[in-house]
Design a protein around this ligand. Structure first.
Ligand SMILES: *Cc1c(COP(=O)(O)O)cnc(C)c1O
Length: 340
């Protein structure tokens, strides 16, 4: 039975669902894990996560397809990226197969919250891990919790298909050298000031530059960039301080193998931004959100795709990716994981 939710009006907000998954790591091993109903987490005041921010997370979505199945998109990639994040943060890894199984169980238990086909909405899935026992000397915790909660969501940007206005930020994305691949709250905490400042000045997002030279484009707070050049080549910035977006990697594959476009992962310089035809933000939450204007310290770089709709190539990429996720276009092997 579907829950009584106005699927059409959903934004990107937390709505409590019925079940969440919990597995606990003690004495060097993970327990079996189980579904629980309590949405509260009770911790010691000196828990590793509270004092030294030892935590990381993932984000993926479950969809109802055109033939009424519930599926997720490439959960193995999220499982692997969480292993990479945990490794760097000195946390125990949670096995990829167990990760996928935990995602399946949690989504299935909350089936009534998976938006039906046709509303442009989905069930957002948030796996996360944190150090849970008391630590006061600076060291990794000994005990951890791996959890997953879910929440039904609509579009991330209110404008939907309308391009947004962003600015080049003087703040850095808080990913120290060599840690750009970690999806962690600590990076987000350090970006909150930059995002509030951007919003206060009327911008939807920040475009962060490389902190060493401030000449190259990196990403936004929670999404990667893609650009379309004059020859319809799909270009994405290459840097080791960018979070490797699964959506972006999927779109580059779609561009090449479904749309026959040329793709390039290379350094993208600020001074070539005005040469691009289209620009978009890409990630699980943003999907593919068109950017209309990039404000460079008062100077507006206008994307020729205009402010009214997605650019032509962005639209094709978007429709193909969403078609693959919703089952109207045949997916590459292994991309769609059926839950029900
Ligand atoms: C999660 C995230 C993205 C998007 O990655 P997806 O795998 O496509 O969801 C991009 N940048 C940052 C900093 C992120 O945390």
């Amino acid at each position: 039975m579907k829950k009584d939710i106005n699927w059409k009006e959903l934004g990107f907000q937390y709505i409590k669902t019925d079940y969440r998954f919990l597995s606990e790591f003690k004495n060097g091993a993970w327990d079996e894990g189980r579904l629980i109903e309590d949405d509260k987490v009770v911790l010691n005041e000196s828990a590793g996560v509270l004092q030294y921010a030892q935590t990381c997370f993932e984000g993926l979505k479950a969809y109802t397809t055109v033939d009424n199945k519930i599926v997720t998109f490439r959960p193995d990639m999220n499982g692997q990226r969480m292993i990479d994040s945990c490794s760097y943060l000195e946390m125990p890894v949670f096995d990829k197969e167990k990760f996928i199984e935990a995602v399946r169980k949690t989504v299935k238990a909350n089936e009534g919250y998976v938006p039906p086909y046709g509303f442009g909405a989905s069930l957002y899935i948030r796996p996360y891990m944190f150090g849970s026992n008391a630590v006061i000397g600076v060291k990794p915790a000994d005990e951890y919790q791996f959890r997953i909660f879910t929440t039904p969501v609509g579009p991330y940007f209110k404008s939907g298909a309308k391009p947004i206005v962003i600015r080049i930020s003087d703040f850095d994305r808080a990913a120290p050298k060599g840690t750009g691949h970690i999806k962690a709250g600590l990076n987000y905490a350090m970006s909150l000031h930059a995002i509030v400042d951007a919003h206060n000045k009327g911008f939807a997002e920040n475009m962060y530059l490389d902190s060493a030279t401030r000449t190259k484009v990196e990403e936004t707070g929670g999404a990667n960039f893609i650009f379309i050049d004059k020859n319809n080549t799909v270009v994405t910035p290459k840097s080791n301080s960018i979070l490797p977006s699964i959506t972006r990697r999927s779109l580059m594959y779609v561009a090449e193998h479904y749309l026959g476009l040329k793709t390039e992962e290379r350094e993208v310089y600020v001074n070539e931004l005005s040469d691009f035809k289209e620009c978009a933000l890409t990630g699980t939450a943003a999907v593919l959100s068109p950017v209309g204007i990039i404000n460079d310290h008062g100077k507006e770089i206008k994307m020729p795709s205009g402010m009214d709709d997605m650019g032509e190539i962005t639209k094709k990429l978007y429709e193909t990716l969403v078609g693959i996720q919703l089952g109207t276009i045949k997916a590459p092997d292994g991309w769609i994981y059926e839950i029900k």
